[in-house]
Design a protein around this ligand. Structure first.
Ligand SMILES: O=P(O)(O)OC[C@H]1O[C@](O)(CO)[C@@H](O)[C@@H]1O
Length: 368
């Protein structure tokens, strides 16, 4: 698997090298926001408000579905009047009970961890909200428990349907008066995503295409990806996961200020010394910092100082700024840019962005 930047502007390679259609799926982000909103409204997610505000919210989901919980928590923000956690495992924590809301998100509606948590939530008498494929085992659990279920029309990999899976959670947060989010906001987010998709479209060449430019930055490096606010950190985490799954590429995720207390030390380590890997420059670090308009003043200082520190040591850096006012808009712009970049990175290495054979093999081995 060799890196060939010319592949990014070779239209035949961009379609032929993407048999699962990851690029068109990424381009559907705006449509997914609109459909996710419409489906949530039609499924009467607002009924959650009748049960009153829960004591805590637990979002159960894995991979491309679990990120929906992180996005919801970042939209609600630091002023949240209740704890919100994303659970990426098989077991509900002992403290979760009947006064809590459990939201189970699964694109396939058939992921073992998520089904296990949804079942436990029903047994404990929690309020359950399900989001996922129509006619799935998750829908069956929700229906049997008379819970609200949002049957979103997911096609392909869950990670390529992130907005279908996330928007119903933001609608739920608005119904519970935890975040302002109305039809006008979702339309604004969709428009911003359309704009980003246009800038990153396959026909747009590398030197003007932000998705391809980011892929060019990331290629042949070990990316260390930080966020400088809660919202930017969700996008940073998503980018790391998309690099893993789309490009089969390693990435290290960090969040300021914590990364300034540990990961920053790697700027002085072997991976930062490009010359010791002279015949394998692919091992050199690259610091990617996702910045937000809403940063704690100390985090702005940490971000700026960390970037300086990296540059002084010869560690290449990429800085990306979120666009928009509402946190959902800001995360959406960064996430879509990263979705494109990870797909272009895969295509530049002639890797199929849709296939996840190692994940399938792992699943097959544990099901025996
Ligand atoms: O959204 P689902 O179907 O619950 O799957 C969760 C995650 O698990 C995977 O199927 C891989 O195991 C991913 O594609 C997905 O992100």
């Amino acid at each position: 698997m060799t890196w060939e930047p010319g592949r990014l502007d070779d239209q035949r390679h961009l379609s032929g090298g993407d048999p699962g259609g990851m690029l068109p799926a990424v381009a559907a982000a705006a449509a997914h926001v609109r459909t996710g909103h419409r489906t949530a409204v039609e499924s009467r997610v607002d009924r959650l408000a009748e049960m009153g505000r829960p004591r805590a919210i637990v979002v159960a989901g894995m991979g491309g579905s679990g990120i929906a919980g992180d996005i919801m928590a970042a939209v609600i923000g630091n002023g949240a009047p209740l704890p919100i956690i994303t659970l990426r495992s098989y077991q509900l924590p002992g403290w979760v009970g009947a006064t809590d809301l459990v939201i189970a998100v699964s694109g396939s509606g058939d992921t073992g961890e998520t089904l296990a948590v949804a079942t436990q939530a029903v047994r404990r008498g929690c309020t359950l909200l399900g989001v996922g494929a129509p006619g799935s085992p998750l829908e069956a659990i929700a229906t049997q428990a008379s819970a609200v279920y949002v049957p979103v029309p997911v096609s392909g990999q869950s990670r390529a349907n992130v907005w279908l899976l996330t928007v119903p959670l933001i609608v739920a947060a608005a119904a519970l008066r935890l975040a302002p989010a109305d039809a006008e906001l979702f339309e604004r987010v969709a428009t911003a995503l359309e704009d980003m998709a246009h800038r990153c479209r396959p026909a747009s060449e590398s030197f003007v295409n932000p998705g391809k430019s980011l892929a060019l930055d990331l290629a042949e490096s070990l990316p260390v990806i930080w966020g400088s606010s809660a919202a930017a950190s969700v996008a940073a985490y998503r980018l790391a996961c998309q690099l893993n799954t789309n490009a089969k590429y390693p990435a290290i995720f960090g969040e300021l200020p914590e990364a300034g207390h540990d990961q920053v030390a790697t700027f002085d380590g072997p991976m930062a010394e490009r010359d010791i890997f002279a015949d394998a420059p692919a091992h050199a670090l690259r610091l990617v910092v996702l910045r937000d308009v809403e940063e704690h003043p100390q985090l702005t200082r940490q971000r700026e100082a960390s970037l300086r520190l990296a540059r002084e040591r010869g560690v290449p850096v990429t800085e990306l700024a979120a666009e928009g006012v509402h946190p959902l808009e800001r995360m959406a712009s960064l996430i879509l840019l990263g979705d494109y970049a990870s797909t272009y990175l895969a295509l530049g290495y002639a890797v199929d962005p849709s296939s996840v054979s190692a994940i399938s093999e792992l699943k097959a081995r544990i099901s025996q």
